[in-house]
Design a protein around this ligand. Structure first.
Ligand SMILES: [Zn+2]
Length: 306
């Protein structure tokens, strides 16, 4: 029986230093470098940046699945002569197939069960006669955006909460505190932002990304991609919501009013339109930058309608 050290040494020589496996890793690294370069040089293109980050996420899944598959092959197939001839393609194919299967499984679970726990926790009620305009507004906007039927659920809470619940039952939850705080234009702008989250499947992606970043807890890339992709999706929802309503300034003013109420309680983190804490590990973009972008968009739209 060869010792473990011998196996690792042999694998290192025959597998990890072979041209084929080095090429797979180099191509993977080059793709990631290119996507990162395009990401960094397109600071204002939220749609492109969301796609790039999603691609980077997929590449990092492939990278780790390839490394894991290769290690298992190298250790289990000790002294196998044809490490590189069959090992690299098997690990590469396994990484693609395993990554797709794991993604499909996580997506299916997120789609089926993602909304349930949130809905159970908030136990939303149907809008009253005084609130039913919100449901009408969401239905018309969702129809125009091709999102399909969306429900509106009212949550009794003094915190100004608004969140999009994706998956099987797609609902936009709005708290009574939000309705009391904002005027009608601002409320419409906030729910339009949430409709855009559902249009881009952000609610499902959020659960998917959270599960995945727990599985890849050792992966430094996902620690960066997971919050970064959420920040870009916030910018995108702000922009598309602002364009759809034609009132981006109302969303800016809503964000400022909500922020003036102070940091939301910890239990509401990730559920509010605003989150706490700036920086590269925050899932929310800085408030100033969001407001700034919305005001620029507002100027732009006003200029065109003159
Ligand atoms: Zn949002």
């Amino acid at each position: 029986m060869p010792s473990f050290i011998d196996v690792v040494g042999e694998a290192l020589q025959a597998y990890w230093l072979s041209p084929l496996s080095l090429m797979v890793l180099a191509v993977c690294g080059a793709c990631m470098g290119t996507l990162l370069y395009v990401f960094v040089t397109n600071a204002r293109n939220a749609k492109l940046r969301v796609s790039l980050l999603t691609g980077l996420y997929a590449l990092s899944i492939f990278f780790w699945a390839f490394v894991a598959g290769s290690v298992v092959l190298c250790v289990s197939q000790a002294r196998m002569v044809a490490y590189t001839r069959t090992g690299v393609p098997v690990a590469g194919f396994g990484a693609v197939a395993g990554g797709l299967a794991a993604s499909a499984l996580i997506s299916a679970v997120a789609w089926k069960y993602g909304s349930r726990s949130v809905l159970r926790r908030f136990a939303p009620r149907a809008p009253t006669d005084a609130e039913v305009w919100l449901q009408h507004y969401v239905s018309v906007l969702a129809k125009f955006e091709g999102v399909g039927d969306l429900g509106v659920g009212m949550v009794y809470s003094s915190s100004p909460l608004a969140l999009a619940v994706g998956g099987k039952e797609r609902v936009i939850l709005v708290s009574t505190g939000l309705l009391a705080l904002l005027d009608r234009d601002e409320t419409e702008a906030v729910v339009a932002h949430e409709v855009m989250h559902l249009k881009h499947h952000d609610a499902e992606f959020k659960i998917f990304s959270r599960v995945l970043s727990r599985i890849l807890f050792f992966d430094p890339f996902s620690k960066f991609f997971d919050p970064a992709v959420h920040r870009e999706r916030e910018y995108l929802a702000d922009e598309m919501g602002g364009r759809a309503t034609g009132k981006p300034a109302a969303l800016a003013s809503a964000l400022l009013s909500i922020a003036a109420r102070g940091t939301p309680p910890k239990s509401a983190w990730g559920l509010s339109i605003l989150g706490s804490g700036p920086g590269i590990f925050s899932r929310y973009p800085p408030l100033d930058e969001r407001v700034q972008r919305l005001l620029v968009l507002s100027d732009l739209l006003r200029g065109f309608s003159r």
